[in-house]
Ligand binder design. Sequence first.
Ligand SMILES: Cc1cc2nc3c(=O)[nH]c(=O)nc-3n(C[C@H](O)[C@H](O)[C@H](O)COP(=O)(O)OP(=O)(O)OC[C@H]3O[C@@H](n4cnc5c(N)ncnc54)[C@H](O)[C@@H]3O)c2cc1C
Length: 482
Amino acid sequence: MGAVNGKDFINRLNQLKPEIWYDGEKVEGLLSEHPAFKGIIQTKAALYDLQHDPKIKDEMTYTSPTSGNPVGLSFLQPKTKEDLIRRRKMFEHWAQHTGGIMGRSPDYLNTVLMSFASSVSLLKNKSNSFPNNLQAFYELARENDLSLAHTFVAPQVNRSQIYIENSEEPIAAKVIGKNEEGIIIKGARVLATQGGLTDELLVFSVGKFLFNEDEAFAFSIPSNTKGLKFICRDTFIGGQSAFDHPLSSRYEEMDSIVVFDNVLVPWNRVFYYNNDEVAEDFIIKSSFHPFAKHQVMVRQIVKLEFILGVAELLIETINVSEYQHIHEKMSEIIIGLETMRALLEKAENHASLDEWGYMRPDINTLMVAGNLFPKIYSRFTEIIQQIGASGMITLPTEKAFHSTIRTDLDRYLQGATKPAEERVKIFRLAWDLTMSSFGTRQTQYERYFFGDPIRLSSELYNAYPKSEYVKVISNFLKNHMN
Ligand SMILES: Cc1cc2nc3c(=O)[nH]c(=O)nc-3n(C[C@H](O)[C@H](O)[C@H](O)COP(=O)(O)OP(=O)(O)OC[C@H]3O[C@@H](n4cnc5c(N)ncnc54)[C@H](O)[C@@H]3O)c2cc1C
């Protein structure tokens, strides 16, 4: 089969019929026609179509080592720095298609799965661990271009480090039994972006100080597995008009709570279970962080380019470019963008081979970028709000522009360089990016999706090699201050 196109993706998804709950009702009918999901499904389909665009096909796919079919390039296991650059180019094509707004373009989880498969040896000879299953699933996903959602985090009931759940019925998803067919999971996980809207759900356990052994597992199952339920939050699509809701109408990805109601995970899909040591180690020692963060950074840079463009258009539209604070604010955005670009190049230039022969971008540099971006992203949304001022509020609808009130709108909402309708379009875009429920979710997404920023800074502090610098100061004290 190999790399799918948009039609293949939609057809397969529509046949799946997973159990999705939206606004208290079970979703029936075609997912691709549902008002809450159709925008994102169409956008994803357009991304898959790019894999077959003759102009960039060779940059989007590579030849499968097993079938010889063209498969998605985000599945490529990089062995050279050139492979990393190829991967970056591919990420850029998809990110540019959505201005980096779609956090979960399929390359993110394809990369995550590829990174796990590239470190599969970590599972060898470990109890309750099945490296061959992980390798086989990676190949299955690559050869069929399976779309993936993931859920790594337990429900937010009690985040004290010493909390161990002891409720009668599981809250956090747990292994509650096993039989000759597989393991049985009961409980919940939060949250899964695009949960239920993909072929498969990838489940891993991460980041707990204290693991209950029965919460330490990893597997992947089809989204329509019996007992698997996705409970959606409310939609952030403001409406179907692309004029009124330019981003949410096509990029709202939906997030869902995932419930496992005695879900049987077949043995051939279990990667490990009931092994807290492996659960702790695998995420840290595997190439998950370097490869996933590489994809994330590329998308984030494209998003910063989008932000820069929106901010400059606002400035031109109402002619505020003469003010010094505007220069300062725009230079903040430029510095953020250029810093991220420089870090990306450094991460690639300083890449090195890991023990299994895969070329990992430099993790310390990626961690710096991962700490920087959530901070600058929130700040840049604030800058857009400050440049736009009341223009972020005076936003009549498409319908208003087609009504008899239009003459007033044309007169009073014109901008220095744009007629009223154009001006409102630009401001609506800025509003949907930074202020609508969709826009605020974007900020929360960039702040948290790769983990809690507080703990990310601890990770950077703990991992960063500091002893050389301490030695220099110790020598200084010895040689100059005695
Ligand atoms: C829009 C969005 C989409 C997401 N999509 C996905 C997805 O698709 N799949 C997925 O698996 N996850 C997803 N996530 C979840 C994401 O991984 C988590 O939000 C992130 O890991 C932080 O965990 P938490 O939200 O449970 O925060 P919590 O751990 O509950 O933190 C709450 C507060 O307590 C503090 N805190 C808690 N523990 C500690 C500690 N040990 N040290 C210091 N401070 C602490 C935090 O700093 C924070 O202020 C998504 C999140 C968002 C916002």
